[in-house]
Write a protein that binds this ligand. Structure first.
Ligand SMILES: CC(C)(COP(=O)(O)OP(=O)(O)OC[C@H]1O[C@@H](n2cnc3c(N)ncnc32)[C@H](O)[C@@H]1OP(=O)(O)O)[C@@H](O)C(=O)NCCC(=O)NCCS
Length: 176
């Protein structure tokens, strides 16, 4: 994808603790619409090292995204969000590319997402996941031990069904 000059000025960096307030601000309206999962502030601090931040030349946070490792070969792209005023300018693209490169760097070979943004993820090589065949039964039973809501959504557990309604489960491979 060719980036416009405007987007080219946006850079992606690791998140800092001082970004948490901005991440929460961006997530809040999306969580209200049930597009993303709302989390307590402490969860963002605990998960901070999973996050990448997109910022404009003035240092304003214009997007964020995280890569959450689930298993040896499997991770989830989560909390990918572009500030509404910056959508459609390639910010989501550069964030997702960075998260996929992070996945490859740490040895993950498959990346999952649960999303309403099916076309966006399709354009980035994701395909719709038909069923649970992406994980073998042994790994499935290990993942059941997780307390993470996103993992429960990946497993499509009954208790999280209200959160996942209308979302599409997608997955792609990455080259390590
Ligand atoms: C999904 C999301 C992060 C995409 O962010 P974005 O910054 O708008 O993404 P991009 O600009 O890279 O791409 C969006 C569209 O803009 C277009 N576009 C991308 N770069 C462009 C550019 N430089 N100039 C013009 N248009 C461009 C693309 O055609 C793309 O279309 P597509 O969505 O059909 O692929 C954003 O829509 C969002 O925050 N959604 C709510 C949260 C969410 O659902 N997250 C996903 C689940 S974790």
């Amino acid at each position: 994808m060719t980036l416009t000059a405007q987007t080219a000025q946006v850079t992606v960096r690791r998140a800092r603790t001082s970004d948490v307030a901005k991440i929460r601000e961006m997530v809040a309206p999306l969580a209200e619409e049930r597009v993303l999962i709302a989390k307590e502030a402490v969860a963002y601090y605990e998960g901070l090292q999973e996050f990448r931040i997109a910022e404009d030349p003035a240092g304003n946070v214009v997007g964020c995204g995280a890569l959450h490792v689930m298993w040896e070969d499997l991770a989830e792209v989560r909390t990918l969000a572009t500030h509404p005023g910056w959508r459609g300018r390639g910010v989501g693209h550069i964030l997702l590319e960075q998260l996929l490169s992070d996945a490859a760097e740490i040895g993950v070979t498959r990346v999952f997402c649960l999303t309403f943004e099916v076309d966006f993820f399709k354009r980035h090589g994701f395909v719709v996941m038909e069923n649970q065949s992406a994980v073998d039964p042994e790994v499935y039973s290990e993942l059941l031990r997780s307390h993470d809501e996103g993992v429960a959504e990946f497993l499509d557990l009954a208790r999280v069904k209200p959160n996942t309604l209308g979302n599409t489960r997608m997955i792609r491979t990455v080259r390590a």
